[in-house]
Design a protein around this ligand. Sequence first.
Ligand code: NAD
Length: 283
Amino acid sequence: MDVKKPFVVGAGIMGAGIAQLCAQKGYDVTVTDISDEIIDKARGKVIKGLQRRVEKGKISQEDMDSVLSRIYWVTGLELAADSDFVIEAVLENMDLKKEIFQKLDSLCSADTIMASNTTALSVSEIASATSRPEKIIGMHFFNPAVIMKLVEIIRGEQTTDETVEATKEFAEKLGKVPVVTFKEAPAGIVSRVLAGLLNEAAVVYADGIASPEDIDEAMKLGAGLPMGPLALIDMIGLDIHLAKMETLYNKLNDERYKPPDIIKQMVAEGKLGKKSGEGFYKY
Ligand code: NAD
């Protein structure tokens, strides 16, 4: 399948990044969010990021202008009706995702594939809100979507091979390396494997063993990680990390995934990070 008109729902960290990626790869892409204010902010961030690349000589002003001209910023879901491939990237909340998929299902043509960028929610449960579970799939980009090479493709129980193949092909056209799970898998591969490491780093900090900076430094130099685990939780966002752990804990019914108290406490206090160094280092 040759994707022609991608449509991205949610212009947050991931949605705006995915839209920018589509535009950089030559697609005319529409991206939507709930208010003009959020859209303006998202557009501003994309412009700033591209301007930085122009200043560094990585792209020309012409490239920047042409990328921006291919992103169509809107509010509302109506234009999804023209799309052949929708990527949803709204908050990690099952009720919200189901509501959006139900609306998309009534708007989009029967051939349209609808992917969720969910980190840890069940693709099958999202698909249950639609009349086309065979065309619903997890397409999990990593942050920043423009840069990170991996896309995890997560099947739902009824996702067909045809949908998987089309999603794989689209990911490759976006310059990504797709990996496909054999079956439904909450949190895919990377988030699940990382979960234990990130939680343990938070507990090491909560136990007063070392400063956040030293924990990260130790893990970078001692374990060869490109980024410290606490800086990574910050970048993911404490709230998103917590939601992921709660889903994993509930779905897999395994104590290894129980969210540590410190993470719950930080989220309750509104210390959400969202940028490396903004969460644990300032806590
Ligand atoms: P975010 O909070 O930055 O953005 C979510 C956006 O969704 C917000 O702008 C919000 O206004 C918008 N939204 C809410 N309701 C909407 C609606 N009805 N219609 C349109 N837009 C709506 O969140 P994010 O970090 O971009 O995460 C989005 C999804 O991607 C989540 O499912 C998350 O688990 C997943 N994800 C996040 C990361 C990460 O590192 N942040 C990485 C991979 C996947």
